[in-house]
Design a protein around this ligand. Structure first.
Ligand code: F6P
Length: 463
C-alpha cells in the first residue's frame, strides 16, 4: 500500500492515542495503517521556534513555525481576511492587500521546499484546506508526479462570488494541478464546476471530471464525518455537575437549548440570539423555563471582524438577559472560552435542542456530534441551518433559514412541543445517517477516489 503524506495548515497530535475532531480521527488512522508523514505549521510564531521532524512508529511529523510576517500576511491575511470571508459569502469583509497574496504564495513554496526532500515516488499526497491551494502547483514545479488530492473543509461559493476574489484566475490554475478536488457537498461541486464552465477553457469529460492540458481532474463531494462511537461514549460518562443539568430538564422541566461554535461571523450567532429573544417574546410561557447555553470558543482574535462580532454578542446577551432575567433565572448563558470535549458531549446529551444555525458552513461537525450524543430513549432535537453543509445529509433535523429570525423562533416553538414519538423517529434517521458516513468512511472514500484519480504515468509539469 502507498504511503500517505498529509499536509494541512495545522497538524494533528500524533503523540496522543485518542484523536478529537473528524479530520484528526480519519487522518491519524490512515497514517498509522499506511505509514507516512503529516506536514504543517506547528502553531508557533517567531524566531525562537524551530522546524522539527519527529517519528511516531511509522509516521513522521514534519512541522515548522511561521515568522511574524508570515502569520500576519499568509494566515491572518490572505487565508483569513480574503479567502475565508469570500468562501463564506462575506465579500464585504474581504480586506485584500498585495503583500497578503505574495506571502501566501511564499509560504506555500516553503511548505513544498520542506516536504519535497522527504517524498517517495509512489506516495499519495493529500493536501487540506484553503491555506494550501497553491501547494500542488509548487510540487509540480519541482517535478513531483505523485497523485495529489485536495480537500476543502469550508464551502466553495457560487461562481460569481468566487470570481470576485482578487487572483481567482491564479487560484483556479492552482486548483487544476490536483488530481482530485474533494469538496464537502454536492452543492459545492456544482458551484465549482459552474465556475470552471464560466471562467475557464477546461474540457468537461463528465459532469464532474475535466481535462486540462495533459491532466484529468475529478471534482467530487466527500462529506466529512465524526467518530460516532467515541463521541457517544464521552456523552454517556458520569459527571455530577452535568447530572444536575439533566435533572433541571427532567425534574424542573427546563427547556434547554445548546449551541457550540468557534466565535466566527459565519456562525450566525447574533441572528441566533435575536431568534431566541423573539421566541421568548412570542411564547411568554417559556420565560422562566427556557435556557439557551451558547459556548463560543475564541478564534482568530487578531482579525478585527472577529473582535466586532464578539462585542456585538456581549451587547446582545446583556440586553436579552437584562430584559427577561429574574433573580432565579437567566435566559442566556454565554461562555466565551473553550470547554473540555467530554463536558461538551455531556451537555449536548442533556439539552433538548441543539441549535446550529450558521449563515454558511462547510459541514458543521457540531451538528453531527449533537446527534451522536443523544440518548435514543429521550433524544434531543436538532435545529439546523439550511446553509450548513450537514443539511444535505441531515434532512430529518428541523431545517431553518438562519437569516429569518421568525423562522428560527418558530422552529424553537415546534421543538418545545414535539412529541416523544416524533423526536425518536427523527433521531433514529439522523443517527443512521451520521453513523453510516463517519470519519473513517470519509477517509476511505476519499483515498479510494484519489488512488483511481488522474492520469497516471504522465509527466504532470505544466508551468
Ligand atoms: O473549518 C476550517 C478550519 O480551518 C478548520 O480546519 C479548523 O479547525 C478551524 O477552521 C479553525 O481554524 P484556525 O486554524 O484558523 O484556528
Amino acid at each position: 500500500m502507498e504511503r500517505l503524506v498529509v499536509i494541512s495548515n495545522r497538524t494533528g497530535d500524533l503523540e496522543n492515542k485518542t484523536q478529537t475532531g473528524g479530520l484528526a480521527v480519519g487522518i491519524v488512522d490512515a497514517l498509522r495503517s499506511r505509514g507516512g508523514m503529516w506536514v504543517g505549521w506547528n502553531g508557533e510564531v517567531g524566531r525562537e521556534s524551530k522546524a522539527s521532524r519527529k517519528t511516531y512508529d511509522n509516521v513522521i511529523s514534519l512541522t515548522m513555525p511561521l515568522s511574524e510576517e508570515e502569520h500576519e500576511q499568509y494566515y491572518l491575511g490572505f487565508a483569513n481576511k480574503v479567502l475565508w470571508p469570500a468562501f463564506h459569502y462575506r465579500l464585504d469583509l474581504m480586506d485584500h492587500r498585495t503583500e497578503f497574496v505574495d506571502r501566501y504564495a511564499a509560504v506555500n513554496r516553503k511548505f513544498a521546499d520542506m516536504t519535497c526532500p522527504h517524498l517517495r515516488e509512489d506516495d499519495l499526497i493529500w493536501i487540506h484546506d484553503y491555506h494550501l491551494i497553491p501547494l500542488a502547483a509548487e510540487f509540480r514545479q519541482r517535478d513531483c508526479r505523485q497523485k495529489i488530492g485536495f480537500f476543502l473543509h469550508i464551502p466553495f461559493p457560487s461562481a460569481d462570488v468566487f470570481s470576485a476574489i482578487p487572483y481567482h484566475d491564479w487560484l483556479r490554475e492552482c486548483f487544476l494541478q490536483f488530481d482530485l478536488i474533494g469538496l464537502q457537498t454536492k452543492n459545492d461541486v456544482q458551484n465549482f464546476c459552474r465556475y470552471l464552465r464560466e471562467h475557464s477553457d477546461v474540457e468537461f469529460i463528465t459532469s464532474n471530471t475535466v481535462r486540462w492540458h495533459d491532466q484529468v481532474i475529478t471534482i467530487a463531494d466527500f462529506p466529512i464525518g465524526i467518530d460516532v462511537q467515541q463521541f457517544a461514549e464521552m456523552a454517556h460518562q458520569d459527571d455530577d455537575t452535568i447530572e444536575l443539568e439533566r435533572m433541571r430538564r427532567t425534574v424542573l422541566k427546563r427547556f434547554q437549548i445548546i449551541s457550540a461554535d468557534r466565535l466566527d461571523y459565519s456562525k450566525g450567532l447574533p441572528q441566533r440570539m435575536k431568534a431566541f429573544r423573539k421566541f421568548l417574546e412570542d411564547c411568554p410561557e417559556y420565560q422562566g423555563r427556557a435556557e439557551y447555553l451558547q459556548i463560543a470558543s475564541p478564534s482568530r482574535e487578531d482579525v478585527s471582524a472577529y473582535a466586532d462580532i464578539r462585542a456585538e454578542l456581549e451587547g446582545l446577551t446583556g440586553a436579552v438577559n437584562g430584559k427577561f432575567a429574574d433573580f432565579n433565572w437567566a435566559p442566556i448563558q454565554y461562555i466565551n472560552r473553550n470547554i473540555p470535549r467530554e463536558q461538551l458531549a455531556q451537555l449536548f446529551r442533556c439539552s433538548l435542542v441543539g441549535l446550529i444555525t450558521p449563515l454558511r458552513d462547510g459541514m458543521n461537525l457540531v451538528a453531527k456530534e449533537y446527534v451522536a450524543a443523544q440518548d435514543d430513549k429521550d433524544p434531543g432535537i436538532l435545529i439546523l441551518s439550511k446553509f450548513a453543509g450537514a443539511a444535505e445529509e441531515l434532512d430529518q433535523a428541523i431545517i431553518v433559514n438562519p437569516y429569518d429570525i421568525h423562522d428560527v423562533a418558530q422552529a424553537l416553538k415546534r421543538a418545545a412541543v414535539m412529541s416523544m414519538d416524533e423526536r425518536r423517529e427523527r433521531h433514529r434517521s439522523l443517527l443512521k445517517q451520521v453513523t453510516g458516513n463517519d470519519a473513517n468512511q470519509w477517509k476511505d472514500n476519499y483515498l479510494a477516489a484519489l488512488q483511481s484519480a488522474g492520469t497516471s504515468g504522465e509527466l504532470k509539469k505544466r508551468f
